[in-house]
Design a protein around this ligand. Sequence first.
Ligand code: ADP
Ligand code: MG
Length: 276
Amino acid sequence: MHEENKKKGWNGILDVVDLKKHFGEVKAVDGLTFSVKKGEIYGLLGPNGAGKTTTIKCIMGLLSLQEGSIRVLGLDPTVSPERVKGEIGYVSEEPMLYKSMTPEELFNFIASIRKLDAEGATSKAKSLVTSLDALQYYKSAIVTLSKGNKQKMQIISALIHDPPLLIMDEPLAGLDAKTSRIVKDILKIHVEEGGSILLSTHIMEQASELCDKIGIINKGKMVAEGTLNELQSYADAAGANLEDVYLKLTEQDKDVKSVVDSLRASYHASKPSELN
Ligand SMILES: Nc1ncnc2c1ncn2[C@@H]1O[C@H](COP(=O)(O)OP(=O)(O)O)[C@@H](O)[C@H]1O
Ligand SMILES: [Mg+2]
């Protein structure tokens, strides 16, 4: 089985080959190919609407794909969806949690459906809750928690079963600076322990801080891929900084310029004339 996968180039923890997913006329994902290797944080970086969430939902089996193939540890999610889900910890864009449960009940529930050792799972959940400074919410109904605290619980839910692959869709959105720092450290520890992560973000700075490899996508297509050093050399050669390269590759540079120009114009127009 492994030899067969290698022959096909499926030798990552996650392999996505020529993935296509269209919604009517909208080509949300349009022939995307990338791999996430063991011990690596791979960043899918792209503006809103680039196709990050659609790609992730296809990997998770939440959307059917039109074309292409996906392998998680060599397994085809369309053939073995349950086994694939067992290998992944998923943090969705919008927290999908059982709102009437408390975090404690939710984590116990996850431990039981994943058939984990109850004591080990509880102690792991509790230590994560404590490190994320959320122990005071352990017995509160999830519905009463703030967005940031719900997000913390979702991240913990994804980690309880020690999955080899974490898939996180904009995991830092809505978190305060301190929590964001702790979550970043949790991600780094996960890869140091041999785990792998696919992380989506629309922020270049986050991708460059966290990711070993970055795939920049726009309109469902890969427009650049490389390590931070590789992307940086590309930017240096073009005499630009990374942020500018990202904006240009994802066709956001002209939008930024026209918004800044019109802001400048309206600022000057509203200024009292004696200050001009
Ligand atoms: N269920 C859907 N029906 C129709 N269009 C969709 C649906 N989901 C996403 N899209 C469209 O697909 C494109 C990619 O969206 P998405 O994958 O959510 O991007 P991202 O996560 O990068 O912001 C967008 O144009 C979006 O409007
Ligand atoms: Mg998204």
